[in-house]
Design a protein around this ligand. Structure first.
Ligand code: COA
Length: 257
């Protein structure tokens, strides 16, 4: 794995990927992107029940794609870089277990796009977020034009992309971009508690829920409902389904796998 990406997995199945390039505010260069891909594969191999994505240091989640790498790229190189970024964001989005972005500071450009690919976003009150590419004479290229409108609605997304606004955490919360905002020095504990709660959920059902909700971004309603019915039915006969329902009938706490 790249030395700019760390992976930790607890006994409870909480994996944490930390993008660790603080002297560049965790900006994403090619080795770091490959490092995230490798860390995602390792976390999946470790059967993580929940994954946290965060940035090292006190200032940045990820301050974007590495501008010093991009400055002289031609169209073919830019296409390859877009595909690499898409691959990483897609791998986060399709990671089997839920992924929480712990946004501990700046999340600009490609950093915000990685956060958009996560299931849930928790921001420090010191976080600042933005699709700031317009200031560099480009547009979001790692999913921002597609995932942002799905999350915050079309007009809000257009305003953010057209003007490159840098939003504080409160405004990001009001826009629906982050699910919650917490005090900066409480972020780690808060995210650990949230991750612990998710890790205690029945893992197979949680994975099924993620897959079905992800599917809603891919299909029309009829195909999505078909997918949901198959997902739902596929859970019957599982240990957790039998146990969850029997525990309710027995008036006791379930003992999930
Ligand atoms: N790519 C490459 N290097 C970056 C970077 C990026 N996206 N973001 C920050 N850095 C580097 C800076 O060049 C600087 O390097 P240096 O110490 O060699 O000069 C270092 O990280 C620290 O950043 P600096 O700008 O000095 O910190 P700051 O606290 O004054 O400002 C930001 C922080 C995040 C506001 C500012 O760095 C910034 O606007 N970054 C670019 C954000 C952006 O446009 N991202 C979208 C890219 S698609």
């Amino acid at each position: 794995m790249a030395d700019t990406v760390d992976l930790d997995v607890t006994d409870e199945g909480v994996a944490t990927i930390t993008i660790d390039r603080p002297d560049r505010l965790n900006a994403l260069n090619v080795p770091t992107l490959h490092g995230i891909e490798a860390a995602l594969e390792d976390a999946e191999d470790a059967d993580a029940r929940v994954l946290v994505l965060t940035g090292a240091g006190d200032d940045a989640f990820v301050a974007g794609a590495d501008i010093s790498y991009m400055v002289d790229m031609d169209t073919a190189e830019a296409q390859a870089y877009a595909e690499l970024g898409h691959g990483v964001a897609n791998a986060i989005e399709s990671f089997p277990a839920p992924v929480i972005a712990a946004i501990n500071g700046y999340a600009f450009g490609g950093g915000m796009e990685l956060a958009l690919a996560c299931d849930l976003r928790v921001a420090s009150e010191r976080a600042v977020l933005g699709q700031t590419e317009i200031d560099l004479g480009i547009v979001p290229g790692w999913g921002g034009t597609q995932r942002l409108p799905r999350l915050v609605g079309d007009e809000t997304a257009r305003r953010l992309v057209y003007f490159g606004d840098r939003m504080d955490a409160t405004d990001a919360h009001e826009a629906g971009l982050v699910g919650e905002v917490v005090a900066h020095d409480e972020l780690d504990d808060h995210v650990a508690a949230l991750a612990g709660d998710l890790a205690a959920q029945p893992a197979t059902a949680l994975r099924a829920a993620k897959e079905a909700i992800n599917q809603s971004h891919e299909t029309g309603l009829a195909a999505g409902l078909d997918f949901e019915a198959r997902t739902w039915a596929g859970l019957f006969g599982s240990h957790d389904q039998r146990e969850g329902m029997q525990a309710f009938l027995d008036d006791r706490d379930p003992d999930f796998e």
